[in-house]
Design a protein around this ligand. Sequence first.
Ligand SMILES: [Zn+2]
Length: 440
Amino acid sequence: MKSRLFAAALTLVAVASPTLAQAQRAPQPVVLVRAGNLFDSEAGRMVGPRDILIRGERIAEVGEALATPEGATTIDLRRCSVIPGLIDAHTHLLLEQKGGEGLSDVAARDHVVQGDVYRALTAAGRAREYVEAGFTTVRDLGNSGRFLDLVLERAIDDGRLVGPRIYASGPGLAPAGGQMEPMPNDPHDLVNGEYRIVTGVEDARAAVREAIARGAEVIKMYPEATPQRTRLSVEEIRAIVSEASRHGVPVAAHATSDASIREAVEAGVTSIEHAYDVSDETLQLMARKGVWLAPTDPSLEMALEFTRSWPQQPPREEVEGHLQGGRDRLMRARRAGVRIALGSDLYFPYGPGRGAGSRATLDGYVEAGLTPTQALQSATWEAGRLLGDDGLGVVRPRAFADLVAVEGDPTEGLSPLRAPRTVIKGGRVVAGEIDACALD
Ligand SMILES: [Zn+2]
């Protein structure tokens, strides 16, 4: 029986092999995109009409009035502006925290009441919302159970689900308790289900290797973890950064207090997430060391939506007053020369959807004082450089063919981003309509 099966398997291989070889030899699909006006994300300006030749999932050529190669499909976007696929450098596809819940409540719901399958299915819906809003890449930074972020990433990469490219961290490296409220006991091991608790310098190095071995492309670290009062030691922070750097993997540090931000920056992290209480002196150090800031502040419209479910909604002026600290910090960072990358950190329910929330975060940056062009660069050029892949956030040869068509000029105001007409990821239309921007 065994040998018959073996023979059958051999036959299958013999039949399958030529097909596989043919597939490998088959020419990649060729697409010519005609853009009405192209955004140069590095220079920060619209450069006029351009043609973009795509072979497979990458851009082959960008130029004016390119000839259409034989057999190529043409996508006419001449009535629209084209920007690189947007990037959210800080999100949580597998986390939803409702008003009034603590993170331990959320973990109890995810781990005990609903379970991983329900959690992954809801995350798949959020992934689709991202591409529909023009986000073709996200960095997912923890609160995703035991590596569910990497499962989601695989399903999208395999073409089973529509979603953005995901750069995932797995469970964040945290001090005792993670970000959970102090719990008298933890019979379901919720803390270890959401965080990788670090217990010393050698353990810190081991935790980095564990994450990388599972497929993490970024290390998420919590030098401090409010509402817990615990903190990683300076030695642990340094061990995490040096081990990640030996493996060529960037480190994103969750830090809100100036002391914590400073320890992380001095250790050599790639980005600081939040940085609510950062001093000008620390911002200058970040600028000197080329450390990015992901300012995770909502826009006024988002903040008003979040407070709508409160028993008593605060007046608009009060909500706006609460946003002022974050706006000041963003502009102080900008003046100090700190590189800014979009990070929505959106995990509250937001009616218009997750991708729309990331887009609205850019509105918040403009409310703070960035120009629309600078905000757009934070979600393209800057976020692409932060993620460390030359193929992200740019429209140039060898970059991923990730393109978003919008009506009007997004450098004059971000409202065109509210309704992306055509979204292309890796050379394929994944959202919107193929002919929504056609000239005729
Ligand atoms: Zn976060």
